[in-house]
Design a protein around this ligand. Structure first.
Ligand code: HEM
Length: 531
């Protein structure tokens, strides 16, 4: 009996051990398939089917030449006059391009990748309307952060979403948001004025990177949610914390597959925040729908981005085009896509103007002429006359565009200007490298020269779409006019009030953490023009 019981206990332990061994064997098998077999099989398949005629070496990222170049470039900071951050930010690409030319293959984990630096090919990929080059499937963490908003949808869903979101970003509607944008910027700048006025010589040093992050968050919260701004800001703060959790997990080198589902401390926090974002957005939307019912005669969902989206969503026959969950996903997308990008644009514009005083003075003269002095209100019409400011913003986007690279996946075998691209290939388009191509931009491609845009953005080079900071084609940035308007209004308000230079302690070290930013922020010395 006793023996029998002991035998039963031993059987239980044995079973547990067997189960653990089975789990370990499954994990080991999965790791072998992922890390060894798939790259090997993919390399063989590519060698056979070829992206024929292209320089090709499997497992390039471990090549000796690339390793040497990586070692040489890592940690380097740049001279302030140099805008060539490629060796620092994209050392693989620089190395590969110098070895293999503008089009080459590489490997990203087990996925074969084609890196495309030839403008004609880029144009073909980005203008595709057939779904041949689709967005890359996001991981579960990014999906939870962004939802199935415009950035991540495909096919019919994308067409439906774009139809609803597009009217909110029409220029005549955006013009009505200029007042809200300028009011947010004025509040931030007013605080600088107070500090400068109290300081000796009317001078104050401000870390503008951080300040612009707060400003663009405020602008999105106000312009998207109008009177529900406070709840909108809560959503924004929760989204920002979610973003940090998401990227900490994605960039964690010892990440264990499947861990995102375990109830760890950070996952529990993530779930709480996701619930908070959803519940708060749902409450704002419910309020709007109720208010719209009451004011049906005046047709009022509100003139902010959410209101315009709800109006377009109502459809002519009263049938909703998008579900409320999809509207929530679009709201999350606004925060994600429109906050850091615009904040970095402002930061880099201040860097370039702070290191080019002659351009700063030319812009100030233009602003004072077209918009008036510090007391004059900023209007969308006056902003549309700021030609030099626009040229400097384009040049900032060319040299320091927030998005340095985009990717697509070939959904079927394709012929890309004579190159065979097998189905499944990841196609990488390094915007930052294309923006420095001397064949496209001329011998001064590496220099700050806003005059190249004097005849407009489409005439700066032989290719009308050579500036790719907002991408091009059907999936190009829906918020580009919004970002340009916000940048112009903010720069005009600063130029009206301050002369500035980059502080001596600034270290020029552009870094790409999803978006291109100065690694240690941007301290700027602001001097009141009229102390
Ligand atoms: C300087 C500021 C900005 C830059 C540099 C920028 C850049 C980009 C780029 C490169 C894309 C294409 C990505 C790809 O196809 O892989 C994109 C798409 C998008 N952007 Fe922006 N963006 C900016 C501001 C904004 C703002 C302010 C908003 C909204 C408030 C916004 C919303 C979007 C959306 C929704 C998409 C997806 C469009 C679609 O696929 O239909 N962006 N952006």
């Amino acid at each position: 009996m006793v023996l029998g019981m002991g035998g039963g206990g031993g059987g239980g332990v044995g079973l547990v051990a067997a189960a653990l061994a089975a789990v370990a064997a499954t994990w080991l098998w999965a790791a072998l398939v992922r890390l060894v077999w798939r790259p090997y099989a993919a390399a063989r398949a590519f060698a056979r089917q070829g992206i024929r005629g292209l320089p090709y070496r499997p497992f390039d990222s471990h090549g000796k030449e690339v390793k040497a170049m990586l070692a040489a470039a890592s940690g380097e900071t740049l001279d302030r006059g140099s805008h060539d951050f490629i060796p620092r930010v994209m050392p693989h690409y620089r190395a590969w391009m110098s070895l293999y030319g503008k089009v080459f293959m590489s490997w990203s984990g087990s996925t074969p990748s084609l890196c495309v630096g030839k403008f004609e090919m880029v144009k073909r990929i980005l203008s595709d309307r057939t779904g041949l080059y689709a967005k890359v499937e996001p991981g579960p963490v990014i999906l939870a952060l962004l939802g199935k908003g415009l950035v991540l949808t495909e096919g019919e869903d994308w067409v439906r979403h774009r139809r609803v979101v597009h009217p909110a970003f029409a220029m005549d509607k955006l013009k009505m948001l200029t007042g809200a944008m300028a009011a947010c910027a004025k509040e931030v700048i007013r605080a600088w004025e107070v500090r400068a006025a109290a300081a000796a010589g009317g001078e104050v040093t401000v870390e503008v990177g951080q300040q612009f992050a707060e400003l663009t968050a405020d602008v999105i919260s106000h312009t998207a949610f109008g009177s529900s701004y406070r709840q909108g800001k809560e959503v924004f703060l929760a989204q920002r914390e979610l973003q940090i959790i998401a990227f900490t997990s994605i960039y964690n080198p010892s990440r264990v597959p499947g861990m995102q589902y375990a109830p760890t401390k950070s996952n529990v926090r993530r779930w709480q925040l996701e619930r908070k974002v959803r519940d708060t957005l749902m409450a704002i939307i419910d309020e709007r729908l109720a208010a719209a019912k009451e004011t049906a005669a005046t047709g009022g969902y509100g003139s902010d981005l959410l209101g315009l989206m709800l109006e377009a969503n109502a459809g002519e026959d009263g049938k909703r085009v998008m579900t409320m969950d999809e509207i929530i996903d679009e709201c999350k997308t606004f925060f994600f896509a429109g906050y850091e990008t615009t904040s970095h644009l402002l930061t880099w514009a201040m860097f370039l103007l702070g290191t080019h005083p002659e351009w700063q003075q030319r812009l100030r003269e233009e602003v004072l002429r077209e918009c008036g002095g510090a007391e004059a209100p900023i209007s969308a019409d006056a902003l549309s006359k700021l030609k030099l400011v626009t040229m400097v913003i384009y040049e900032t986007l060319r040299l320091y565009g927030a998005v340095t690279l985009t990717a697509r996946r070939a959904t079927a075998d394709a012929d890309l200007c004579g190159v065979k691209v097998p189905k499944g290939t990841m196609v990488l388009i390094p915007f930052a490298i294309l923006h420095r191509d001397e064949e496209v931009w001329g011998a001064d491609a590496g220099e700050f020269n806003p005059l190249r845009f004097r005849d407009g953005v489409g005439r700066a080079t032989a290719h009308p779409n050579a500036l790719l900071s907002f991408s091009m084609g059907p999936r190009s940035c829906i918020g580009q006019d919004f970002a340009m308007l916000e940048a112009k209004a903010t720069l005009a308000l600063i130029l009206q009030r301050f002369a500035f230079e980059v502080a001596p302690e600034y270290v020029h070290a552009p870094a790409d953490f999803l978006t291109l930013q100065p690694l240690q922020g941007l301290p700027v010395v602001l001097k009141l023009l009229d102390p």
